[in-house]
Design a protein around this ligand. Structure first.
Ligand code: DX5
Ligand code: ZN
Length: 233
């Protein structure tokens, strides 16, 4: 059941101009972005420090696009109500950073947000097996988390195909849809393959914000996604 999910491009603000974040959000949405990917790093779970709920709340009035909060923090739970209040729409977290991932997923949904797990390159997809009913999305990291501008790790492609198979089987058995997002090193040269392997939601930071015209690069990403649908894997 490949390619039945809506395609989304989610520019990562990590590569935006932090001194002009409101304008950057407006410009990238005007250029065709579907979601805004919001990377939260705590200098504990990952060796870098970015933005918290106050910045999310400050950006909320600047766009109607869903804000996709990627939590790279440990512990996880205390920050979830704060992000929900700040206007987050989707919240994902790394399961090994939570003592009780099942509880954390429920907490996110209880606060009115879509919930998901994030898998590092070396994290097994087994973490999803007993919480399938609580997932709206999974996020596969195609770099190690902590920094933008890294190179795509090719081992993500077989892992993506494996995730696609698990989710297709789940949906065929009557389960709810679960989006598959990929994050790290995505650009116009590899996004077709990533699509072919089964992703529907694509995070791109440096590939978009390093270019002067966001619409041109987002259009190219989208046409490569369409091309990826005809590649046989
Ligand atoms: C890395 C972040 C990514 C990153 C992607 O820890 O989760 O979202 O910003 O940036 P690029 O597309 O530059 O790899
Ligand atoms: Zn991210």
């Amino acid at each position: 059941m490949p390619f039945s999910q809506p395609v989304r491009i989610a520019p990562s603000l990590l590569a935006a101009d932090f001194a002009r974040l409101g304008e950057e959000v407006k410009d990238v949405v005007a250029g065709g972005a579907d979601w805004i990917h919001f990377d939260v790093m705590d200098n504990h779970y990952v060796p870098n420090l970015t933005m918290g709920p106050m910045v999310c709340a400050a950006l909320r009035p600047h766009t109607n696009a869903p804000i996709d909060v990627h939590l790279m923090v440990e512990p996880v739970d205390a920050i979830i109500p704060q992000f929900a209040k700040a206007g987050a729409n989707i919240i994902t977290f790394h399961p090994e950073a939570s003592r009780h991932p099942d509880r954390t997923l429920s907490l996110i949904r209880d606060h009115g947000c879509k919930a998901g797990l994030v898998f590092n390159p070396a994290t097994s997809l087994d973490w999803m097996d007993y919480v399938m009913d609580k997932l709206d999305i999974i996020l596969l990291m195609s770099v190690n988390p902590g920094f933008g501008g890294q190179s795509f790790i090719p081992g993500t492609l077989p892992k993506l195909r494996q995730a696609r198979r698990k989710i297709d089987a789940w949906i065929q058995a009557g389960g709810q849809p679960i989006a598959i997002e990929v994050d790290g090193g995505i650009n116009v040269n590899n996004i077709a393959e990533v699509r072919a392997a089964g992703a529907d939601t694509f995070v791109a930071g440096s590939a978009i914000f390093s270019k002067p015209d966001y619409k041109t690069v987002i259009d190219s990403l989208r046409s490569e996604i369409v091309r990826g649908e005809s590649i046989s894997v």
